[in-house]
Ligand binder design. Structure first.
Ligand code: TXA
Ligand code: MG
Length: 348
């Protein structure tokens, strides 16, 4: 049985948090909201509990988990001493959607959390319910996104229930998440910062917080034969059931024209079609399922995963999505769209 609690995101204390935290302490898995996506949590020091995360998700065991904390004082127990650059990142972005990969303190976390690496990704989520739950559990909480492996990350508790209902100890439901895309994952070395996965914190925000430091976007696709810097980058993620194409270009008119052409061809071939737009272009698109996320990149990020799930529910077999410039949050959006489309991005 999967326990279920509804918790007001503004007032998270109370019975529900105590019960959910009790399950975490007992070694069970509990899904909870963060400001990015829902996570599937377990006590990061308990190997059986962490194994239950991998089993419920069907996650490959070589993909390490992010450890979530509620207080900065928890960090020193989990990782080896760190430098000034890390302190500046923490001051600027925690709590918030930034995961920092640091050398793990040996013997503290379950070895399953780090998937055999000597580093661990840590973050402090900016969500009152997540912070209250981690605080009440009294342990570091390992939590990947609470989806079945290969499905879009969950941005609503219903998504978690669809994927993991009956397989996990509980679900804390606080409504839709904010950002809608996962945290930015960074590694810090020699005073420089490498972005391993683009996300809620943009490269520009990192540069602004670290004047003079080198911020390198290392999140490009891994080439065959090359060891991935962030193990998760090598898996095809977030793939909808339908074949998907992303159309990117400088002029909106040209992008819309190409999207219309792709849809017409797919329709003629007997496909059930879906379209995703975000600049108000939806009105010009003719598909069986047209989704408009609302104007702007923040709205697109917020709605993206829900839209991908909707296409699956509607039995869509061909999807065309409007791409965006890879600047600001657009870098993270295009990273996810490109994966969902299996690399099929056309330029106009
Ligand atoms: O926003 C988020 O980050 C969400 C919420 C729940 O916090 N979590 C999340 O976890 O997206 P997950 O497991 O879906 O993605 C974790 C990513 C993977 O790409 C993984 O390979 C990378 O972080 N990662 C974790 N530990 C790492 C490490 N020690 N070194 C390099 N990459 C690491
Ligand atoms: Mg994930």
């Amino acid at each position: 049985m999967t326990n279920y609690w509804q918790v007001d995101p503004e007032k998270p204390d109370g019975q529900a948090i105590r019960e959910a935290a009790g399950l975490l302490r007992e070694g069970q898995t509990v899904a909870f909201p963060t400001e990015t996506v829902y996570g599937l949590g377990a006590d990061a020091t308990n190997t059986e509990a962490v194994q239950a995360i991998f089993t419920a998700k069907g996650r490959p065991s070589d993909n390490p988990l992010i450890v979530h904390i509620a207080h900065r004082s928890q960090l020193d127990g989990l990782v080896l001493p760190y430098d000034e650059t890390v302190c500046r990142l923490i001051d600027a972005f925690w709590p918030g959607p930034l995961t920092i990969v640091l050398p793990a303190r040996p013997g503290v976390l379950s070895p399953l959390v780090t998937a055999g690496l000597d580093t661990v990704g840590v973050r402090m989520p900016a969500h009152p319910v997540a912070l209250a739950l981690i605080d009440a559990a009294g342990c570091p909480v390992a939590a990947p996104s609470a989806n079945r492996s290969g499905r879009p990350s969950p941005t609503r508790a219903e998504h978690v229930r669809e994927d993991l209902g009956g397989r996990i100890g509980g679900i804390v439901d606080s409504g839709p998440t904010g950002v809608g895309l996962e945290s930015t994952v960074v590694a810090v070395s020699g005073g420089g910062v490498h972005i391993l996965r683009p996300g809620g914190v943009t490269a520009a925000a990192l540069r602004a917080a670290l004047p003079g430091a080198h911020v390198e976007d290392s999140a490009r696709e891994v080439q065959p034969g090359e060891a991935p810097r962030s193990p998760g980058m090598k898996y095809t993620h977030y793939a909808p059931q339908g074949r998907m194409v992303v159309v990117q270009g400088a002029s909106e008119a040209a992008v819309v024209a190409r999207m219309r052409q792709e849809l017409a061809q797919a329709k003629a071939a007997g496909e059930t079609t879906g379209a995703l737009a975000f600049t108000g272009a939806a009105a010009q698109l003719d598909a069986d399922c047209v989704l408009e996320s609302g104007r702007g990149l923040e709205q697109l990020a917020h709605r993206l995963y829900d839209a991908l799930r909707r296409f699956d529910e509607e039995g869509v077999t061909f999807i065309v999505a409007q791409g965006c410039p890879e600047e600001g949050l657009g870098a993270a959006i295009m990273n996810r769209l490109r994966k969902a489309a299996g690399g099929r991005v056309v330029q106009t």
